[in-house]
Design a protein around this ligand. Structure first.
Ligand SMILES: N=NNCCOCCOc1ccc(-c2cn(C[C@@H]3NC[C@@H](O)[C@H]3O)nn2)cc1
Length: 447
């Protein structure tokens, strides 16, 4: 057995997102989002699930904050539903929407919990999608306007901001692979959207600075790791293309002011013609105060000509998998963090999402989710290795506080440390909740 100790001052937290937990989609003046539309499109979401009720956190936020308080977290990462603030994306502001988030934030502050606000966690106002969504540069301006209103409204209350959650999912998963809203399958469109997202991020950071808002701002790319099956250069290059699609494609423009040439060349080979307007790259390269990193899983892979977008194939290594089928691959977490340190230096990092899917149900009021505890132990051990190797980690935020609407998987996949009965909306603390609570209290755990 080993004691895994974390640095003094390490911040601990949990994360959620508006469309996944709030429900109340037709209450409080909220406008329609692309996920309302997508989830009600037949065949898009398992069991035809949608976020109409979800965890009903719009009404039960005080109960959720009690769970956070008992857990002893330092920070709670939540997202704001843009359609609650601007029901049509721009124009008239919905005061009821602002009031809901004031209630939530005030309750967090009352309990001594730091609110970390994600401005965009995928619920784009449908009215903007109807005008081209993120492919329309006007959406960039609309996002900056929305962010400016939030900065001014919550200045002094919210001091940790994230512009975008997982821009790879917003652009490529949602507009090339097509698995998420709005469900396009067009590489040119997706790549251009990824650029507009980065411009929106940069202009929002610039607005944050110009307003002189107290606090820190960053963004939260999602990452993955592919370990080459062999030391053949073709295998190494293939794995670096997939890793680069998540990491360098989004982080090089922010930290270096340019897209990675090897990815640009690859996309050009695939017929992509990226339109970059004068000033875009300068806008993107605004200094961020911290980098959010989301990590779930990785794989072993090797080169395979004309296979998928990036010419690689998985090699089955029979790793244990979580209930959503993702390999348990903690070494990938360490490798991602080391890749980021080597590429971008000592930028302060918050792990803004790391967690696992286990669908254990309550038995006599207890949820024995040993798989999730083991996943947390393995990945927190990998995190401690990265910290020992000099990665500037400031905090760890697990996904998620609650079981919730897991996008295209609907309610079939559970990531929470708290179980939610979707019929009664009853919350039940899982064994992982109690394990995480003890780890937070100790700032260490025993492996
Ligand atoms: N790369 N090629 N893929 C080929 C085919 O993929 C099809 C499906 O792909 C993916 C990839 C990634 C995800 C995903 C989900 N979460 C969990 C959420 N994170 C934000 C928060 O809201 C959590 O709910 N993180 N990532 C889902 C599906």
């Amino acid at each position: 057995m080993a004691i895994i100790q974390f640095p003094e001052g390490m911040k601990w937290g949990t994360a959620t997102a508006s469309y996944q937990i709030e429900g109340a989609v037709n209450e409080g003046g909220r406008g329609t989002s692309i996920w309302d539309t997508f989830s009600k499109t037949p065949g898009k979401v398992v069991n035809g699930d949608n976020g109409d009720i979800a965890c009903d956190s719009y009404h039960r936020y005080e109960e959720d904050v009690e769970l956070l308080t008992d857990l002893g977290v330092d920070v709670y990462r939540f997202s704001v539903a843009w359609p609650r603030i601007f029901p049509n994306g721009t124009g008239e502001v919905n005061q009821e929407g602002l009031e809901y988030y004031h209630r939530l934030v005030d309750k967090l502050i009352e309990k001594g919990i730091e609110p970390m606000c994600t401005l965009y966690h995928w619920d784009l106002p449908q009215a903007l999608e109807d005008k081209g969504g993120w492919n329309n540069r006007e959406t960039i301006d609309a996002f900056v306007q929305y962010a400016e209103l939030m900065f001014n409204e919550f200045s002094g209350k919210i001091k940790s901001w994230l512009t975008l959650n997982e821009p790879w999912c917003i652009s490529f998963l949602s507009n090339y692979i097509g698995a998420h809203a709005p469900g396009n399958k067009d590489l040119q469109l997706a790549t251009q959207i990824s650029h507009h997202l980065l411009v929106a991020h940069g202009l929002t950071v610039k607005k944050f600075r110009n307003l002189g808002i107290e606090g820190k701002i960053g963004f939260a790319p999602n990452t993955t790791w592919l370990e080459p099956y062999s030391n053949r250069q073709e295998d190494i290059d293939a794995c670096n293309r997939e890793i680069g699609w998540y990491i360098e494609w989004f982080m090089d423009p922010v930290f270096k002011g340019n897209y990675p040439e090897f990815m640009l060349d690859w996309f050009k080979k695939k017929g992509v013609q990226l339109e970059i307007k004068d000033g875009d790259m300068e806008a993107i390269q605004q200094r961020v105060d911290f980098l959010g990193i989301n990590y779930y899983t990785g794989h072993i892979a090797r080169y395979k000509e004309n296979s998928g977008l990036l010419d690689w194939e998985l090699v089955e290594m029979n790793y244990d998998r979580t209930d959503i089928g993702w390999p348990i691959f903690p070494e990938g977490f360490y490798n991602v963090l080391m890749r980021i340190k080597e590429s971008y230096g000592d930028i302060p990092i918050y792990i803004t999402e790391n967690g696992s899917c286990y669908n254990d149900e309550p038995e006599n009021g207890q949820v024995k989710d040993n798989g999730r505890i083991s996943y947390l132990q393995q990945h927190l051990t990998a995190l401690s290795r990265a910290i020992a190797s000099g990665v500037n980690v400031k905090g760890y935020i697990t996904w998620s506080l609650l079981d919730n609407f897991e996008w295209a998987e609907g309610y079939s996949m559970r990531f929470g440390i708290v179980h939610v009965n979707y019929r009664t909306l009853e919350r039940t603390k899982k064994d992982s909740y109690y394990w995480f609570k003890q780890t937070i209290a100790n700032n260490w755990f025993e492996n």
